[in-house]
Design a protein around this ligand. Sequence first.
Ligand SMILES: N[C@@H](CCC(=O)N[C@@H](CS)C(=O)NCC(=O)O)C(=O)O
Length: 141
Amino acid sequence: MNDLSAFPITRKWRAQHPEHIQLYSLPTPNGVKISVMLEQTGLPYEPHVVRFDTNDQMSPDFLSLNPNNKIPAILDPAGPDGRPLALFESGAILLYLADKSGQFIPKDAADRYETIQWLMFQIGGIGPMFGQIGFFNKFAG
Ligand SMILES: N[C@@H](CCC(=O)N[C@@H](CS)C(=O)NCC(=O)O)C(=O)O
C-alpha cells in the first residue's frame, strides 16, 4: 500500500506508479544528476516534469515539498522504516539514493567520507555547471 495522498505535491503531479520513487525535475545540470543516478542504480522511478516556463516550481504544491522552489526533488514511498520520504537538494538526494541502492558509495567509513568530501566540493565549489555523479563513479564497479 503506497498512499502518497498526504503529500500535496501528488495533487499536481499524479502518481501512476505510487510504489516507485517520484522524481520532480527538469533536465538542467542539477536535475540530470538525479536522473542519471536513478538510471545507473536501476531503482524504479516515475519522472514528473516541473516546467519553469509556467513557474511550476513556485506553485503551492511544489513548495509543499521544497520551500526553496528548486528542482530536483523526490518522494520515495518506501523510505527509511518503510515510511515515505520527501527530499530536496541534489547532494542529499544522491547520498540517499546511493545508500538505498548500496551503489556508488563505499561502506568503509574513510572511503565514504572521502566520497562525501568530493560531493560537497562539487556542490559548494564547482556549482551547478557540473554533475557530481562522476565523483561517485570513482568507487563504482
Ligand atoms: N542546491 C540546489 C540547487 C538546485 C537548483 O539551482 N535548481 C535550479 C535548476 S538547475 C532551479 O530549480 N531553479 C528554479 C528557480 O530557482 O526558480 C541543488 O543542488 O539541488
